[in-house]
Design a protein around this ligand. Structure first.
Ligand code: 1HE
Length: 266
């Protein structure tokens, strides 16, 4: 794997594989718990991926995706430092959620607290059966600070998120799929391969359409129906004007493009 430079190297591995960037959380001895410097390493890798890849995968080295916030660091922080730290997580995860390329997270083992918040900022979540999901902030006497109250709540619903936080219940990959928090459950040991497969497929889409999906859909979800429909028409018309769309539509009409296949079709 090629690495991103300097400090970041210790926390994150980076590899560009074709059009897909692979970002590996690399602090397995601490279960990939996210410290301040770790957040900066993620930011650097996300920026690099956004500038040179068409899709990206975030995964954890070792058996666990991410044990969330580095609690040893957090316990030392004065109030305002904690606020600024949380706002930095928001900014970094926002580069994933509303950036320029789609991200897939490959989830194994602990996907806990801030780890789940990171996963919730990716557009697609692939888990294998080892993955488990929890929000133990209630037990730790803290609160979600990495965007979870917005992103996780919108993903699975505020009532379910509140249940996880209040009771500390732990959900399996299958249960989280049922709640809408996981998009695909892969066979054990296959989460990363499946995530790469999904990312490679997305990388073949028109870049502008991917950008519109990432940026327009969550904004439209925050709008009134009327504003949403108006915005949709604007985005749809812009997409049609790109050279990419013109070429792709011509390819279909001239029988050069793949047809949509029924599930299970070859
Ligand atoms: C950590 C962290 C961490 C592990 N911060 N050091 N997150 C949590 O409340 C989850 C806390 N972690 C756990 O419950 C468990 O560690 C796991 C279920 C994830 C994994 O268990 P296990 O048995 O494989 O590992 P371990 O022996 O518990 O941990 C190995 C080491 O990682 C150990 O350090 P060591 O020096 O004794 O070897 C642990 O202390 C360390 N470690 N997790 C610091 N999180 C932006 S706001 C977000 C708010 C949150 O994320 S709250 C949820 C925090």
């Amino acid at each position: 794997m090629s690495q991103s430079a300097g400090e970041a190297e210790r926390f994150v591995t980076y590899e560009l594989r074709g059009a897909v960037a692979l970002i590996g959380l690399n602090r397995p001895n601490k279960r990939n718990a996210i410290s301040d410097r770790f957040v900066e390493a993620i930011a650097e890798a996300v920026q690099k991926a956004s500038s040179e890849a068409k899709a990206a995968v975030v995964f954890g080295h070792g058996p666990h995706f991410c044990a969330g916030l580095d609690l040893s660091e957090h316990s030392e922080k004065p109030l305002f430092e904690a606020v600024k730290g949380s706002r930095r997580w928001h900014a970094v995860f926002d580069m994933i959620e509303r950036g320029t390329i789609p991200f897939v997270s490959a989830l194994t083992g602990a996907t806990v607290g801030g780890g789940f918040e990171l996963a919730a900022s990716t557009q697609i979540r692939v888990a294998d059966p080892t993955a488990f999901f929890a929000l133990p902030e209630g037990q730790r006497g803290i609160f979600v600070g990495g965007g979870g109250s917005v992103r996780i709540a919108r993903l699975i619903g505020p009532a379910r998120m509140g249940d996880m936080m209040l009771t500390g219940r732990v959900l399996s990959a299958e249960a989280m799929e049922g709640w809408g928090g996981v998009s695909y459950v892969a066979h054990e040991g296959q989460a990363l391969d499946k995530a790469i497969e999904v990312a490679e497929r997305m990388a073949q889409n028109a870049e502008f359409t991917n950008y519109a999906i990432i940026n327009a859909l969550p904004r439209i979800a925050d709008m009134s129906s009327e504003d949403g429909l108006f915005t949709e028409s604007m985005v749809a018309s812009l997409a049609t004007m790109t050279d990419d769309a013109k070429q792709r539509l011509r390819d279909f009409l001239e029988k050069r493009a793949a047809k949509v296949q029924a599930p299970g079709g070859s």
